[in-house]
Design a protein around this ligand. Structure first.
Ligand code: NAP
Ligand code: G4F
Length: 383
């Protein structure tokens, strides 16, 4: 019999990669998606199967993390072997605007899943993965951060996830459930939401080198993140649920980089050198030089002539409205436990991740259809 997985948040970055991964492993994958007025299944459309087909291995259900009865009904119908609870209002800055909703979906939503499994008598059958986060470390109490590092959350998002983390531990200890937390550090990919910093950067840099946009406005350029590739991180989720004993694991690369350096790295993928001057909100990034052979290969020779004329121009500015009321200045994870117990380690370097995202976004921005469909309605509007 094929194993059955239920993924909340299947339409998100991680949900999409995980669904594909589990289907390849022979699982039947059920996913919960929210009703929206526009299609929200872009990331999983390649996996979609018409409901009239027999023996489907991917099945979608309408649902919401704020609706207990709906979640209980779906879990009761599906009786999954594994639940991956990935659904969340996952944007830290937005959580300051929607704190109550974030607490409900990200905090109490996790309780709803755990309690449904318990009430349905599935505690011995169903294993649960909770998408915990390095944001729990917030105002970091130790560098690098590991499983035993005390938490100090710095946003409504992180506080909601703190509840979710501990309620998962509590249900494991109270009811003997196979419930585990993956404390995942930032992970990115070409599927990353457009308002997270790496994707905002790779999209903007692609548009700037193609001559479609003059500059991009950013928030705090000095914060540091430990970035890995989502394709590696969803494998860790799977491995965590294959262990005989439930436990909590840090999943990270162990390398941390500033936003500023990620911007430089992204331009470098197009053969462009950018440097920064000034401080705080007066800081700007400007065009220094071009390696023309790299530019011609990665961007296209037809864009070179006009781009050359822009050398010296400012392409990155700072807009304080993107600053957060309380910031997480540095995250860097110690993944020794995951390496030793799960046999997990990242396969992508930051350079490889940036390459993957930049090549994807340059190709995406070149698509005329994309632009016609309002694809440029971006960047200075969002978080
Ligand atoms: P994402 O791309 O923002 O996806 C979030 C998913 O949750 C989407 O499918 C979204 O649906 C769904 N969702 C949001 N609110 C919901 C609700 N009330 N009911 C049902 N579904 C809801 O996030 P991600 O990057 O894949 O991250 C997956 C999980 O890992 C999240 O819980 C996130 O907080 C956590 N996490 C992420 C990272 C990271 O660096 N990516 C690191 C640590 C932890 P729509 O598509 O309809 O919006
Ligand atoms: O890309 P970010 O929005 O990710 P953040 O806040 O670290 O949260 C992400 O990772 C967490 C894991 O640690 C997840 F739990 C969470 O769900 C999410 O996936 O911002 C990264 C850093 C921040 O310090 C932010 O202040 O980039 C800084 N930043 C600078 N300028 C910006 C911008 N962030 C965004 N989103 N937009 C900017 O213009």
């Amino acid at each position: 019999m094929a194993k059955v997985a239920l993924i909340t948040g299947i339409t998100g970055q991680d949900g999409a990669y995980l669904a594909e991964y589990l289907i390849k492993k022979g699982y039947t994958v059920h996913g919960i998606k929210r009703r929206s007025s526009l299609f929200n299944t872009d990331r999983i459309d390649h996996l979609y199967q018409d409901p009239h087909e027999h023996n489907r291995n991917m099945i979608l259900h309408y649902g919401d993390m704020t609706d207990s009865m709906n979640l209980t009904r779906i879990i009761g119908d599906v009786k999954p072997d594994e639940i991956y609870n990935l659904a969340a209002m996952s944007h830290v800055k937005v959580s300051f605007d929607t704190p109550e909703y974030t607490a409900n979906a990200d905090g109490i939503g996790t309780l709803r899943i755990l309690e449904a499994v318990r009430l349905l008598g599935l505690t011995k059958k169903t294993r649960i993965y909770q998408a915990s986060t390095s944001e729990l470390y917030g105002l970091v109490q130790e560098i690098p951060q590991k499983e035993t590092t005390p938490f100090y959350p710095r946003s409504p998002y992180a506080v909601a996830k703190l509840y979710a983390y501990w309620i998962t531990v509590n249900y494991r200890e109270a009811y003997g459930m196979h419930a585990s937390n993956g404390i995942l550090f930032n992970h990115e990919s070409p599927l990353r939401g457009e308002t997270f910093v790496t994707r905002k950067v790779t999209r903007a840099v692609s548009r700037i080198v193609l001559g479609m946009q003059d500059m991009v406005y950013m928030g705090n350029l000095s914060s540091k993140r430990d970035w890995g590739h989502a394709k590696d991180y969803i494998k860790a989720m799977y491995l965590i649920l294959q262990q005989d004993t439930p436990d909590d694991y840090v999943i990270s690369t162990g390398i941390t980089t500033t936003i500023r350096d990620f911007i430089k790295m992204s331009f470098a993928k197009a053969g462009v050198v950018v440097d920064f001057k000034g401080v705080d909100e007066k800081e700007v990034g400007f065009l220094v030089s071009i390696d023309e052979s790299v530019f011609a290969k990665e961007v296209g020779i037809e864009y070179l002539e006009s781009f050359r004329k822009r050398l010296g121009e400012t392409v990155v500015g700072v807009d304080p409205s993107y600053f957060r009321p309380t910031e997480v200045d540095i995250l860097i994870g110690d993944n020794s436990k995951a390496k030793a117990k799960l046999g997990w380690e990242p396969s992508y370097s930051l350079d490889g991740l940036c390459e993957d995202m930049m090549m994807h976004d340059i190709a995406l921005m070149k698509k005329e259809d994309y632009l016609k469909n309002g694809g440029y309605r971006i960047l200075n509007y969002f978080e």
